[in-house]
Design a protein around this ligand. Structure first.
Ligand SMILES: *Cc1c(COP(=O)(O)O)cnc(C)c1O
Length: 457
C-alpha cells in the first residue's frame, strides 16, 4: 500500500494544494444537496476491482461531490450550529492523520495524549471545577453525554445494589438537546422533560421532584442542565440546580456542548456560575472552540468514577498495565476504544494563537448576535422573538407563515447566498415557526446580516 510511486507523489501535491487553497478560502462556494440518483448519474461507479485512479476520483470529488455538500464555515451559514475551525486546527488535522497514532492508550500515544491533555487542562480551568477534575476528547456531544450518563448510572447502581434491577430516570428541561433522548434509549433509561418557558429554574426542579412518587424519585439518577440550549442559547439556573442535586444526592451533568465555548468569554461568564459544581460537563470544541469535526469533550469531577464505568479488559490488552505504559488512557473515560487523537488540532491551534485570541473570537460571536438583534429591531419587516442569548437570535418576519420561511431558506441556499434555517419557538399559543441565526464564525460581518435581512423584505 505504501510504495511511494510517482503517481502518488503527484497526487499528494494535488491533494495538498487543494487542501491549502480550501483552508485559505474564507468565502467557499455554498454547496447544495442533490438526490442520490442525480449523484449516481454524475459520478457513476467509483468502487471497482481495479480502481478508477486517484486523478479521476479526486476530480469527481472537486467537480461534483463537494458541490453537493455544504461548507459549515461559510460566513453566511448561520443555521443549526455552524462551525469555523481555525486554519491552524485544520492543518493540524491533516498532521494528526499523517502521524497515525492510536489515541486510546498512553503506551502508544503518550506524546500526543500529553498534548491533548494540556488543551484539556485549559477546558477544565474554564469550568472552575475543583482540582482532580479531568476529561477526555470524544467524537462529539452525543458521545460525551452518553459516556457521562453511563458513569452516572453505574455510580448510582454501585451505591445501592437494589438499583441494579431498576430502570433509571434522567431529568432535563424541554430545551435539552435531542441527543439526550437518543442517549436515554441507548442506556434504557427514561427521560423526564420539565416544561419551561425559558431556563430551567431551581423551583421547577424542586416542584417536579416533590410531586414524584417515592418509587419514581428513587429512580432519578441524574439531572442534565443545559448551558446554552441549541435552539435559543438559554442557560439553565446552574447554581440552583447544583444545590438541589447536592442535597438530593443526584448526579449533576451540564450539557454545554454548544455554549461551552462562551465560558472563555468574560462578558457572559457569570451566566455559567454553578457549572463548577457539576459532576460532569460536556463541551464540543467542534462547535464554539474552532476545532474541525469531530471533537467533543467530557469532563468529570471524579474521573475515577468514569474509569470504573468505562475501562475495558481483555487478555491482549494486559500489556498496557505494564511498567512504561503507565499514564493516562483516554479509552478509560468514555465508550470508545480505538480513537483518533482528536484533541490534537485544538491543542495546536491553542498553542499557536494563545487563549486570548479564542476569547476574542468567541466574544465576536456574541457581539454579532447583539448587532443582529439591533438590525432586526430597526427593520420594519422583522422583530425579535426574544432577546439574543449567547450567539443565538430568534426573530420573525412579520406576517410570514411557516411555508414562507421554508421557501425563503430554500431560495437563499439554492442561489448560493446564505443558509439560514427556520426553527420553532414555543409560545403560550403553541409552537411558532420563526427564523434563527447562530453565530460562530468571527468572519461573519454586519453586512452579511444586513444583506440576509434584506432578502426578507
Ligand atoms: C450539538 C449538541 C449536542 C450534540 O453534540 P454532537 O457533537 O452533535 O454529538 C448535545 N447537546 C447540545 C446542547 C448540543 O448543542
Amino acid at each position: 500500500m505504501h510504495n511511494l510511486d510517482l503517481d502518488l507523489v503527484e497526487m499528494s501535491l494535488d491533494v495538498i494544494k487543494y487542501a491549502i487553497s480550501r483552508i485559505s478560502d474564507t468565502d467557499p462556494q455554498l454547496g447544495f444537496p442533490k438526490k442520490a440518483e442525480e449523484l449516481k448519474a454524475l459520478v457513476g461507479e467509483t468502487i471497482t476491482p481495479k480502481g478508477i485512479g486517484g486523478e479521476k476520483a479526486f476530480a469527481l470529488f472537486k467537480d461534483v461531490l463537494v458541490k453537493a455538500s455544504v461548507p459549515i464555515d461559510h460566513p453566511r451559514h448561520l443555521a443549526f450550529v455552524p462551525a469555523s475551525p481555525t486554519r491552524a486546527a485544520v492543518l493540524f488535522d491533516l498532521v494528526t492523520s499523517a502521524t497515525s497514532v492510536h489515541g486510546a492508550f498512553w503506551l502508544e500515544g503518550a506524546g500526543c495524549i500529553f498534548a491533548e491533555n494540556q488543551a484539556m487542562e485549559w477546558l477544565v480551568s474554564l469550568t472552575g471545577m475543583p482540582a482532580g477534575a479531568f476529561g477526555v476528547f470524544t467524537s462529539g456531544g452525543t458521545e460525551a453525554n452518553l459516556s457521562a450518563m453511563v458513569t452516572a448510572r453505574e455510580h448510582w447502581r454501585d451505591r445501592d445494589e437494589s438499583n441494579t434491577r431498576t430502570r433509571g430516570i434522567v431529568m432535563a428541561s424541554n430545551g435539552a438537546h435531542s441527543s439526550i433522548k437518543a442517549m436515554a434509549k441507548v442506556i434504557d433509561a427514561d427521560v423526564l422533560l420539565i416544561e419551561t418557558e425559558s431556563r430551567l429554574e431551581i423551583s421547577h426542579l424542586a416542584d417536579t421532584l416533590s410531586r414524584m412518587s417515592a418509587g419514581d424519585r428513587n429512580r432519578v439518577f441524574a439531572v442534565i442542565a443545559t448551558a446554552g440550549t441549541t435552539n435559543a442559547g438559554i442557560i439553565d439556573d446552574l447554581a440552583g440546580i447544583a444545590a438541589i442535586c447536592r442535597s438530593e444526592d443526584i448526579w449533576f451533568h451540564v450539557d454545554a456542548a454548544y455554549g461551552g465555548g462562551a465560558l472563555a468569554a468574560r462578558s457572559v461568564r457569570h451566566l455559567f456560575n454553578g457549572i463548577e459544581r457539576a459532576d460532569s460537563v460536556t463541551i464540543d470544541p467542534h462547535k464554539w472552540l474552532f476545532s474541525p469535526y469531530d471533537c467533543g469533550a467530557i469532563i468529570y469531577r471524579d474521573p475515577e468514577l468514569a474509569k470504573k464505568a468505562h475501562a475495558q479488559e481483555g487478555s491482549y490488552l494486559d500489556i498496557f498495565s505494564d511498567e512504561g505504559a503507565h499514564g493516562y488512557n483516554p479509552s478509560d473515560y468514555q465508550i470508545q476504544l480505538t480513537r483518533r487523537v482528536r484533541g490534537l488540532p485544538l491543542w495546536f491551534s491553542l498553542a499557536y494563537h494563545g487563549t486570548d485570541r479564542y476569547e476574542k473570537a468567541i466574544e465576536r460571536g456574541i457581539e454579532l448576535a447583539q448587532i443582529a438583534g439591533r438590525l432586526i429591531t430597526e427593520a420594519k419587516h422583522t422583530e425579535l422573538v426574544r432577546e439574543p442569548s449567547l450567539s443565538c437570535v430568534l426573530f420573525r418576519r412579520k406576517g410570514w407563515q411557516p411555508e414562507d420561511y421554508r421557501a425563503w431558506t430554500y431560495k437563499n441556499h439554492k442561489s448560493g447566498f446564505a443558509l439560514v434555517a427556520p426553527t420553532k419557538w414555543r409560545n403560550p399559543e403553541g409552537p411558532e415557526t420563526v427564523s434563527r441565526f447562530c453565530f460562530i464564525n468571527p468572519d461573519s460581518t454586519e453586512k452579511d446580516i444586513r444583506d440576509i435581512l434584506l432578502t426578507m423584505a
